[in-house]
Design a protein around this ligand. Structure first.
Ligand code: NDP
Length: 409
């Protein structure tokens, strides 16, 4: 478990030139393309795009294809294959449809792959890219939550770099002393607290999807926005951090910092705390992974400290945000439990966004699933992709039952 500097550096050494974006039509995907366009407008190194992928959004994918001329485009939804073919006809771009086509996109020859699919659906394609030694810019935290040991082992074996995109992990990555990890005493993951940071549980009862996706600081996809509102996002990030950094998970703390200026911190044994700061714009961490170990300009706004004026901090409230407690229990239990947590949460978030359950039901259903899977039964090993996939499927089925019974109530 954990990464080290050699894994971060990867065997490839040189800056990436050939790029694939898995999930190019999403929030992180669009920010990545925006950066590539910015680099091109500055006459920087030529970048070739090998593949772009989406789930169903053919229109956006075809627009991107026209502009960026990738060699291959694919949609995960099999039924959209004909529409995609028609939308890029005459552009000399190969197309594919279905989950296997997304894996094909990941398998094609690109040396830097942005893993920005949302949810556990990103696991297999990310693993494909990892296994052939590509440098992985990892936004898709769910794949580390589900099968972190499997993914990090594949990256280590194939020699690519694992470059965290999540702003918190990217911050830690930038200030972590990989030469002396034993000198680290604490990782402090900052959390905005989401839109309901100051709300009581009673106030949260009638939260609508529109309220939950309206994040105060970040503009993100719907699923991660709801995760931020329940604070499950920070729970998933805790598990992600436990896989990314060579420290014990008990050394990772969560701290609410509503301004989202300090993206996370590393404390050393002498009491020094190193932090990375910036405006809440994903183009900064993405640029850092794109140029790593170099730096490249980004169009993101620069920090104006006088305008920010005040940085504040609060301890997280595990009673109002039980998802944080569930994630801590899951990382302690290990084995299949984080995959079960993630799958149950994905099903519950989708049900909430679809209007089938209430906001507080998300964490309640996740807890019911973990109770049934047996999160207090101690560590169970998870060493293969199949175990992760099976745990994911089992938890999904259970969560769907609970959703159905809540919806019927
Ligand atoms: P979005 O929902 O905006 O985009 C998700 C992307 O994945 C889209 O391209 C979507 O296609 C595609 N997709 C969805 N489902 C599938 C599927 N089953 N198979 C293949 N592709 C699929 O998500 P975000 O960009 O917000 O987040 C992406 C990942 O990055 C998440 O894991 C998130 O936690 C992480 N992240 C996001 C941050 C952000 O600022 N947004 C910050 C840090 C991490 P389509 O458009 O067709 O639906």
């Amino acid at each position: 478990m954990g990464s080290d500097q050699s894994m971060a550096r990867g065997a490839n050494g040189a800056r990436a030139r050939k790029i694939t974006i898995l999930g190019s039509t999403g929030s992180v995907g669009v920010s990545t393309l925006d950066l590539l366009e910015f680099a091109a407008s500055r006459g920087e190194a030529e970048i070739e795009i090998e593949a772009l992928t989406a789930n169903t959004n053919v229109e956006a994918l075809a627009e991107q294809a026209k502009k960026f001329r990738p060699k291959f485009v694919a949609v995960a939804d099999e039924t959209m294959g004909d529409a995609l073919r028609a939308a890029v006809a005459g552009l000399d771009i190969e197309t594919g449809a279905g989950p296997a086509a997304i894996e094909e996109a990941a398998s094609r020859d690109a040396d830097w792959v942005m893993a920005a699919i949302v949810g556990a659906a990103g696991l297999k394609p990310t693993l494909k890219a990892a296994m052939r030694g590509a440098d992985i810019a990892l936004a898709n935290k769910e794949c580390l939550v589900c099968a972190g040991d499997v993914v990090t082992a594949a990256i280590r074996k194939a020699g690519g770099a694992l470059l965290p995109v999540d702003s918190e992990h990217n911050a830690i990555f930038q200030v972590f002393d990989y030469e002396r990890p034993e000198r680290v005493s604490r990782l402090i993951l900052t959390a905005s607290g989401g839109p309901f940071r100051t709300w009581t549980r009673d106030q949260m009862v009638e939260v609508t999807p529109a309220q939950a996706v309206a994040h105060p600081n970040w503009d993100m996809g719907a699923k991660i926005s709801v995760d931020s509102a329940t604070m499950m996002n920070k729970g998933l990030e805790l598990i992600e951090a436990a896989h990314l950094f060579p420290v014990d998970h008990e050394m990772i703390e969560i701290l609410v910092h509503p301004q989202s200026v300090i993206h996370s911190m590393v404390e050393y044994v002498d009491g020094s705390v190193l932090a990375q700061l910036g405006t809440p714009d994903m183009r900064t961490p993405i640029a850092s992974t794109l140029a790593w170990p170099d730096r490249t300009p980004s169009p993101s706004a620069k920090l104006n400290f006088a305008e920010v004026a005040k940085l504040t901090f609060e301890a997280p409230d595990l009673d109002r945000f039980p998802a944080l407690r569930l994630a801590r229990e899951a990382v302690r239990a290990g084995g299949i439990i984080p995959a079960s947590l993630n799958a149950a949460n994905e099903v519950a978030v989708a049900a909430f966004l679809g209007g089938a359950i209430k906001f507080l039901d998300i964490a309640a259903i996740t807890e019911q699933v973990l109770d049934r899977v047996g999160r207090h039964n101690g560590p169970a090993s998870l060493t293969t992709l199949e175990e992760a996939v099976n745990a994911d499927l089992q938890a999904r089925r259970m969560a769907e039952e609970y959703v159905a019974s809540k919806a019927a109530a």
